[in-house]
Design a protein around this ligand. Sequence first.
Ligand code: CA
Length: 299
Amino acid sequence: MRLIAIDLDGTLLNHRKEISKENIKAIKYAQSLGIEVIISTGRAYFDALSICKKAQISTYIISYTGASIHSKKGEQISSIPMNKKDVEEAIKYFKEYNFYYEIATSNGIYTHLNSREKLQAETDMIKKANPELDATVLQDTMEIQFNQSGFVFFENYKEVLKKDEDFFSMLAFSFDNFKIKTGRKHFERMKHLSLFSSGSHNFELVNSLASKGNALEKLSALLDISLDQSMAIGDSHNDISMLERVNYSVAMGNANDDIKSLCKFITHSNDDNGVAHAIYKFISSQTIEDYDLSDISLA
Ligand code: CA
């Protein structure tokens, strides 16, 4: 084992969106053995970086679902932005169908001034129509969405399009299942774009050449590490491209059945240090219980 690629949400992060001490220690342990650890996320680079900094871990970061790769020093190694024309077309669709949407660029996560109020209104309507629904789940999911770092609010999308920045990904979010389904169908037809989903309430658009798997392949070649000696850990649809390419594919205990069925191994859930369990199992044949965690000190 020479390389471990780890997804963030639903994988390395627990439901409070934090990296547990056990997971931090396991990553540092792997790194102390010379194993290259890579964070691979749909999040924006600066957002993923702030999460890693908070946990005091330093790794290569694949961000925007593979559209960008950064070194530990923060140098951009690869960049596959969307065409601005595709971005504009998508914005027009999202506006027409009243979607909450975000545009993630190299500098920020852009969203419309009123978008949160609109999403809240849509959520209230759904709650009203489905009183049996657990409203706290909807509310929590929404709060987590708003918890990313780097939000910039705009009044007119044309201001955003004028910016000289790389437009890496767009995210549409709704609790209206029909709306999400219809939106997915619409964008799946577009050749320039790839559509990924990291949850049942969203879909994400990136350049069709970008995926976590493509990015991992590029980075492993650069590091001269074979994917046969690599592990990937993930929980959802946007992880499939990297899980399929590595020798050691690990699904989280909280992953959907379709992800579990394509992986060789299944670890514990994200709230039960699934990443740490997987790391200890494969690199030292020990379990988290019999590994002396006090040996691994924080930087
Ligand atoms: Ca995930």
